[in-house]
Ligand binder design. Structure first.
Ligand code: ADP
Ligand code: ADP
Length: 238
């Protein structure tokens, strides 16, 4: 399988604190990789770096390479807007815009210049279907996103991320603020998306990692300690 994303000796600092200490990891197309490890071990920092989100944190800097489709995106000339079109991101807490369901999803495509209503309608429906939310909201697309339950809002955020057709989807503990039913819906959605995307998910939930990921990367104090097929990680007694 082709690696679409690869980090090479990636180091990330917050001031003097080296939060990620030289990580080499590869991610292939059509895969789900779980990043696990104790709180504070650098999982979120690593994940956010893949989208250059760390740029926005004052005092944070990063060295090493991040290859996406053969290009190093940790370079000054990288257009972060273009990058984020290739990489969708979903955060721990659902953060829909204070707009309608429709507008949340049409936002990205509109930003990228799509104005045709029929085309936007199609993108909205397709994104909502992929996030397993269409049936629940098709009759109220123009209601506020905030009228949805927490779990629905999180699936809306997944749909919003998918609306610009990214190749990579980054998920930072997307279900940890949700109830068990919403959590399993999110997991089902992730499994359905797996065929089309490279998915990287931070989770502190080992059972979740075992249920949804093909590979698992175990971080400890900023280092990648173990990386293998998830099945092997969870059956290896050592
Ligand atoms: P997580 O749930 O991923 O372990 P935390 O709950 O520790 O994250 O942190 C929540 C938020 O606070 C994150 O956005 C993280 O970047 C930020 N944060 C964590 N540690 C610090 C710190 N020492 N200084 C400033 N912000 C921090
Ligand atoms: P995890 O996601 O594994 O819980 P994080 O990536 O949130 O770990 O944190 C890794 C280290 O970086 C911790 O020491 C944390 O305090 C620090 N850190 C995280 N976010 C920030 C931030 N925004 N500012 C300063 N330090 C941070």
């Amino acid at each position: 399988m082709t690696d679409i994303l690869r980090t090479e000796d990636l180091k990330i600092y917050y001031g003097q604190n080296e939060a990620v200490k030289g990580v080499d990891l590869s991610f292939s197309e059509s895969s789900v990789t779980a990043l696990i490890g104790p709180s504070g071990c650098g999982k979120s920092t690593f994940l956010r770096a893949l989208n250059r989100m760390n740029d926005e944190i004052p005092g944070s800097r990063m060295t090493g390479n991040i290859w996406i489709d053969g290009r190093n995106i940790n370079a000054p000339e990288t257009d972060v807007t273009v990058l984020r079109q290739k990489i969708g991101m979903v955060w721990q807490r659902p953060n829909p815009f204070y707009k309608s369901i429709y507008a949340n999803i049409a936002f990205g495509p509109r930003y990228h210049g799509i104005r045709n209503k029929a085309q936007l309608d199609e993108i909205v429906e397709d994104s909502l279907r992929k996030a397993a939310l269409w049936d629940e909201v098709k009759d109220r697309l123009h209601s506020s996103a905030l009228s949805l339950s927490g779990g629905q809002q999180q699936r809306l955020c997944i749909a919003r991320a998918l609306s610009v057709q990214p190749k990579i989807l980054l998920l930072d503990e997307p279900a940890s603020a949700l109830d068990p039913v919403s959590t399993s819906k999110i997991e089902e959605t992730i499994l359905q998306l797996k065929e089309q995307l490279c998915i990287v998910i931070v989770t502190h939930n080992m059972q979740q990692a075992a249920r949804i990921s093909g590979h698992t990367a175990y971080f400890y104090m900023g280092k990648l300690i173990e990386y293998d097929e998830t099945e092997k990680i969870f059956t290896n007694p050592s």
